[in-house]
Ligand binder design. Structure first.
Ligand SMILES: [Zn+2]
Length: 478
């Protein structure tokens, strides 16, 4: 039996506001001592009144607009009631039937085709406290409680683990372009719950779905969905029945395990939050926010393809982060659009390798676009060759010095002077009589060996073209 996979994703994103959602405590708790960013409101004390963080509303509206959602005339907050130690007041302020954004979409590129995934809703709620389980006891840190948490819910239109990963990467890129979230999955500011069900390929009937929680990396999302679609298929193949439940992803074991059977929305006894008025957003304010939305990854990717003639692969690589795309365009401004492919190759090659190897964000890189342009100029005018350019890039990366300065300091400039090269060639030939006789008796590969020896003797600085020409002349002009 073959099955179709049906996946819907719920993504929770912490917003980059200075203060929390309903109080003035700092939302920047990452390196704070536990329970230091707290007040009676986020501690859930009785008798306190929440106030709405305007910036959080603005960021949510901006995200909803960027995801092509409609912003309803009327929205409100609701109480979601449940009892768990991470929730101080016994309810979470969330949005139920009147979210800030409704009915949008984003597109993904899967296997070379563009696919639209519809977005059901974008709403705003508050994060809960963090529990630390240690042996028999649990510790609680309330710093996270009340941090603005935006939820983006997709329609169940994702058909494979690959598409799920593409969707998450696209969504995160959009959030980062907007500057509303760090989108950092490992730090928990971008969290994903996945709903997955399968159905026989010839059927339209939906089977019970499983919700997978605790997925904290793109790789884990992919693996968890891959595992779960296989498991559900095996249950059906063996004549078993699937049940609607919540399962947790166990990274080390590479499996999902049952956590609890699914609660239904009714279990939460939602009702309008009585301490907060409904939100009637000023339409002019919404339009003002819309006008501030920057060029988004997809539009920028398409522009890079038409404006600079880049491939879809290169354009995607450059526009996955706005910082990288800005860096690229800053370089091109100093050079010429015809150098786009060269710049793109350097950025995706050695430049990215150095960033990754040293875990450096491009925002903090010591090589300025001016220095990179200068280095490429030195390659173009023959001052340095390819291997020297790599060495210069690495030195610029570590020291922040200019390319010319490094070339002078490290004596990296290319030797193109024929007299100087001829001397080295003669020396190498004298030291490698066997290779010379191999070549004269017809072994072509001996030439490469001699060229290699000359490059070595000049520490890679000789102009390889000139070297080859002179060797052939010295060997009797072939
Ligand atoms: Zn507080």
């Amino acid at each position: 039996m073959t099955y179709e996979i049906v996946i819907g994703l719920e993504v929770h994103t912490q917003l980059l506001t200075k203060s929390k959602m309903f109080c003035s405590c700092s939302a920047n708790y990452a390196s704070a001592h536990p329970n230091t960013h707290v007040c009676p409101i986020c501690l859930g004390m009785p008798g306190v009144l929440p106030g709405i963080n305007e910036k959080a509303i603005e960021y949510t509206v901006m995200t909803a607009l960027a995801l092509n959602c409609t912003i309803p005339e009327y929205t409100k907050f609701d109480r979601k009631n449940y009892f768990y130690p991470d929730l101080m007041k016994g309810y979470q302020i969330s949005q139920y039937d009147a979210p800030l954004g409704k009915g949008g979409w984003l597109t993904i590129d899967s296997n070379g085709t563009r696919k639209r995934i519809n977005i059901t809703r974008v709403h705003l709620e508050e994060d809960v406290a963090k529990l630390w389980h240690r042996g028999d006891s649990s510790l609680i840190d309330v710093n996270r409680s009340g941090v603005p948490l935006m939820e983006v819910v997709s329609e169940p239109e994702i058909s494979s683990p690959e598409e799920a990963r593409d969707y998450l990467i696209r969504l995160r890129n959009i959030l980062r372009y907007l500057g509303v979230s760090t989108g950092n999955m490992e730090e928990g500011s971008f969290r994903c719950d996945a709903n997955i069900s399968i159905r026989p390929s010839n059927s339209k009937k939906l089977l019970p779905k499983v919700e997978i929680k605790n997925i904290n990396s793109f790789k884990a999302v992919y693996q968890a969905l891959e595992y779960e679609s296989r498991r559900q298929g095996e249950v059906l193949d063996e004549g078993g029945e699937l049940v609607q439940e919540t399962r947790g992803w166990i990274e080390e074991a590479g499996t999902t395990v049952t956590q609890r059977t699914k609660e239904y929305a009714d279990d939460y006894r939602y009702f309008p939050e009585p301490d907060l008025p409904p939100l009637i957003l000023d339409r002019a304010w919404i339009e003002e926010i819309r006008a501030r939305i920057p060029e988004l990854p997809e539009a920028r990717r398409d522009r890079f393809m038409t404006q600079y003639g880049l491939s879809v692969y290169d354009a995607n690589m450059l526009t996955n982060s706005s910082a990288m795309a800005n860096y690229f365009e800053d370089c091109i401004k100093l050079m010429s659009p015809s150098k786009a492919k060269t710049v793109s190759n350097w950025l995706s090659g050695d430049f990215s390798r150095l960033l990754n190897a040293t875990n450096t964000e491009i925002e903090h890189v010591k090589i300025s676009p001016k220095h990179l342009a200068e280095m490429l100029g030195l390659v173009d005018n023959g001052t340095i060759n390819g291997p020297a350019a790599k060495a210069v890039l690495e030195e610029m990366f570590h020291t922040g010095k200019g390319a010319s300065e490094i070339v002078t300091e490290k004596k990296l400039s290319q030797i193109s002077d024929a007299t100087e090269i001829r001397e080295v060639v003669k020396q190498v030939m004298a030291n490698n009589i066997n290779a010379v006789s191999d070549y004269t008796s017809g072994k072509e590969q001996a030439l490469m060996f001699i060229i290699g020896q000359v490059m070595r003797a000049t520490r890679g600085r000789a102009n390889a073209g000139v070297v080859k020409e002179i060797i052939i002349q010295e060997l009797g002009g072939k």
